[in-house]
Design a protein around this ligand. Sequence first.
Ligand code: ACO
Length: 434
Amino acid sequence: MTIAFSGRRCPWTTKTKTQTRLDMADTLTITDNRTGRKYEIPIQDGTIRAIDLRQIKVNPEEFGMMTYDPAFTNTAACRSRITYIDGDHGVLMYRGYPIEQLAEHSDFLETAYLILFGELPTTGQLEQWSGDITRHTMLHENIKKFLEGFRYDAHPMGMFLSAVGALSTFYPDAKNIFDQSSRRLQTIRLIAKVPSLAAYAFRHTIGRPYVLPDNDLSFSGNFLNMLFKMTEPRYQPHPVLERALDVLFILHADHEQNCSTHAMRGIVYGPLHGGANEAVLKMLTEIGSIEHVPAFIKRVKGGEGRLMGFGHRVYKSYDPRATIIKRIADLVFEKTGRNPLLNIALELERIALSDDYFISRKLYPNVDFYSGLIYQAMGFPVSMFPVLFAIPRTAGWIAQWEEMLTDPEQKIARPRQIYVGPARRDYISRDRRR
Ligand code: ACO
């Protein structure tokens, strides 16, 4: 295969500008020497879309060309407006502000606001934000009991991780990820509570009682208080140490698509993955009876919701697991009695499989279409469904992780990004912000 660029070089590759500007069609011409065919692929932001390579095939039955990129060293996985790094020139900016200026003039809470919301806060916004964070630093007493269950020599990171996971059980409303006000509340809760959890974990390892937050101290000052307070009535952080910690927090607040951030972006839990069988049962219950199936299908085709348990990123025909599960369902229902929702599911499948909307999009039942019906018939509550998924998948996760670990071609997964955020700008003091 030979490759030739045509058109203007994208400003991104020169690393001099931080804005996306393309007003002429840049393209990449690829000649497949296996077939002699030529392909013209658009270039945007100095990248080509990997999916554009899929058309490159020797035979029409082939899947098509992919890129192989262990650890994503040369794959931009997203467009992002948050952080810009120019590794060659030692540049790091959050939302356009150079890290040096933030470290000099800002503090962690203000920087966190900037990273989360895109702009430096006005005085009023900062007061509100700091107040919100301060009011959410306390932990539920049960979290304390939870931490007490750890052994004396438990690693603080293990305790911290488990306790963050446990927070989700205290705030089930965090599931409403498409509700902006809920997202904002969970953001405040997390930023406010992680220092408290970290301090509790630390005090546990050294056998000292947990210290309550002090609302009159700064974010970092209060963290030092919760870590190191002894018998004094009021802990006063040393200003040098308080500022040092704050600057360290500013420097660590984001680093674009590093491996932990990449993992965070990839986390999926909900009706589209992991919780789909629960969503199927909810959908079947809402449909209620076979007569309502055609109207439901019509709504889905009109863009109102999805037919849960249908479609898959990889399977573009019947999911082989769904075929097996359907057979097992019959055997299970012989023993447990027929799940009344099964008839609705069968009718949905029958109509969908003969409807052009679903056929043209290659949407077929997936593994989750019938699994929930079986689990329910066996007596499992729906809240157990994702747990039942995690039991067998633990084998796969570990196998995949170990394979990654021992593959010499693999290293830390660190995709690249296309930065589309603000260009470099100077820090503005609080009294001059509008
Ligand atoms: N019902 C109706 N339309 C659908 C469905 C569906 N279940 N799935 C996809 N489509 C449509 C989309 O609206 C889109 O139509 P458009 O081209 O007119 O915009 C087209 O099909 C392509 O859909 P995408 O969302 O781009 O496909 P993707 O590969 O991202 O989605 C997914 C795969 C998430 C599984 C999707 O099919 C879906 O949401 N299914 C329902 C949820 C589900 O059953 N998830 C379980 C998957 S298996 C598992 O996770 C273990």
